[in-house]
Design a protein around this ligand. Structure first.
Ligand code: SAH
Length: 259
């Protein structure tokens, strides 16, 4: 079940941190590492720091973009060392561990996403996440070493997993309004939807591409909170398609009976 939880490192500059993250993962029983455009990998330094967790490095998947790393995921947890301009649904590391394990146990794919050593994750990358996770460090010195941050979250995932096995006291379950019996939309389906939504909003004159303000960010946040199922996604995509037809003056059919 922990195989459903992947650790994603974005644009890491120091190979030692990749090795340190691999070791932290293996200690806690996690195995799936995805590297988005790493600056120096494979590398001897990564293997040296992995000290025995080489299998994780050997099996690491290297991809070009965060979008590629999140294919198939229904829960994406993005880590951040500091507050960002746009407030987002937040989890503390303990809630993150419980929520990740709950989703993985349902068969969903989960990603824990970590940023660059010097700049963290960009706002655009953070807006691809359902939740943000902040390790409650001292605000005057809030940024942990990347591999140390990976260690903290992998530990919390392990605690959540042990609790789910009845081996340790259970932290409070995070309640999300997810349609449990239905398949949730994946990140790639959500990205296609956001593209469709944006072009429709431009077409009907609701979104001015010259001055988009924060409209798409706010809408991403709304849907990130919503745990959209695949059947709900089909309805949303159908509404957009019909809206576009109506905007072009094409005839449309009544759909509500099909839903
Ligand atoms: N200077 C960067 C810090 C990046 S630290 C910034 O201000 O954002 C590298 C990565 O480690 C971060 O992107 C995040 O993934 C993780 N990290 C470090 N400290 C963290 C904290 N307190 N909470 C959550 N993640 C943290």
């Amino acid at each position: 079940m922990l195989e459903n939880i992947r650790v994603v490192l974005v644009n890491t500059s120091h190979p030692g941190n990749i090795g340190g993250a691999a070791r932290a993962m293996k200690n806690m029983g996690l195995s799936r590492l995805v590297l988005v455009d790493p600056q120096d990998f494979p590398s001897h330094e990564a293997s040296a720091r992995a000290s025995g967790a080489d299998s994780i490095l050997e099996n690491a998947q290297v991809v070009a973009t965060l979008e590629d790393a999140l294919v198939g995921c229904t829960l994406v947890l993005g880590t951040s060392a500091r507050d960002r301009r746009m407030p987002w649904p937040m989890l503390d590391p303990r809630e993150c561990g419980v929520h990740a394990v709950d989703r993985a146990a349902e068969g969903g794919e989960v990603a824990l996403v970590f940023g660059r050593e010097y700049a963290g994750l960009t706002n655009d990358e953070l807006q691809r996440c359902h939740y943000h996770v902040h390790i409650p460090s001292d605000p005057d010195f809030s940024s942990l070493n990347l591999a140390a941050a990976v260690q903290v979250l992998c530990y919390e995932v392990r605690m959540g997993w042990l609790a789910s096995q009845g081996q340790s006291k259970r932290a409070d379950k995070v309640e999300v309004a997810s349609p449990r019996s239905e398949q949730l939309s994946t990140m790639d389906e959500l990205e296609l939807f956001y593209g469709h939504l944006e072009s429709t909003l431009v077409q009907i004159g609701f979104l001015n591409p010259e001055n988009p303000r924060h409209l798409m960010s706010r809408l991403r946040r709304l849907f990130a909170r919503s745990a959209v199922s695949q059947s709900e996604m089909n309805i949303l995509r159908g509404i957009l398609t019909e809206t576009q037809k109506a905007a072009r003056g094409e005839p449309h059919k009544r759909r509500s009976e099909d839903v």
